[in-house]
Design a protein around this ligand. Structure first.
Ligand code: TYD
Length: 226
């Protein structure tokens, strides 16, 4: 097969026409860590830089995914830990296909309240599932795609539980015992150590204003260098 190089002028036109892939940012933390409180500020920071952002969540983000979320969070339903993991990844497959990948391809940024690190933390850590199985599902569902930046809001379990008790009725995960959340937190911290360039740990016990400052500082490199 003969390889023919495109004339230089054509090549340049093609490169300038090509849309740059958007950035993919995920928010993680145990329940009550304060990630949802920070979400609006993150979106505002990105939009102020003139970038269009899609805000979404897991499990959920699509019609089917939201129905799976209802089942997954329903405390009257019990399920095997592997069923739980499979449903999380089924919702994620749909989410990638319908929301995340199309938006990134159009150059939009995607901000997702949770993604695959939550499966490793909650199902892997909390439910003690075999992480090799989760890695297989991860690769099956998302191939090589990883977030460009993961903001992990870290708080002690007691702080998360105290905050939750003040704001809402507990769902199926939030009714888990303290030792479950200790395993979840440990798994998040282990992943932050394993992927230090992607996962940035933020001390969620600081005042909300200080957490916002920390978040904005971490977003700057992506905003500046695209
Ligand atoms: P959450 O994102 O905390 O929403 P809310 O703030 O409305 O409670 O709730 C989703 C729950 O789902 C949370 O307890 C973590 C859990 N979860 C998993 O166990 N595995 C996953 O892969 C994902 C994405 C979420």
């Amino acid at each position: 097969m003969q390889h023919v190089s495109a004339p230089k002028s054509n090549l340049k036109t093609k490169m300038t026409q090509k849309t740059t892939r958007g950035k993919f940012i995920t928010l993680e933390g145990i329940d009550g860590a304060g990630k949802s409180t920070q979400l609006a500020g993150i979106v505002q920071c990105i939009q102020q830089a003139g970038i269009s952002a899609v805000v979404t969540r897991e499990p959920g983000g699509t019609a089917l995914g939201e129905q799976l979320r209802t089942l997954l969070l329903d405390k009257t339903i019990s399920m095997h830990g592997e069923t739980e993991a499979l449903l999380m990844f089924a919702a994620r497959r749909e989410h990638l296909d319908k929301v995340i990948l199309p938006a990134l391809a159009q150059g939009q940024w995607v901000i997702s309240d949770r993604f695959t690190d939550a499966s490793f933390a909650y199902q892997g850590g909390g439910r003690d599932l075999n992480s090799d199985k989760l890695t297989i599902l991860e690769y099956w569902v998302q191939g090589d795609l990883q977030p460009d930046l993961t903001l992990y809001f870290d708080v002690p379990v007691e702080v998360g539980q105290q905050r939750l008790s003040q704001i809402k009725d507990a769902d199926r995960f939030e009714t888990e015992r303290t030792d479950f959340f200790q395993r979840v937190r440990q798994a998040y911290c282990d992943r932050a150590q394993l992927f230090p360039h992607r996962i940035q740990l933020i001390d969620g016990c600081q005042s909300p204003a200080d957490v916002t400052t920390a978040v904005e500082r971490l977003l700057q490199p992506l905003l500046q260098h695209g």
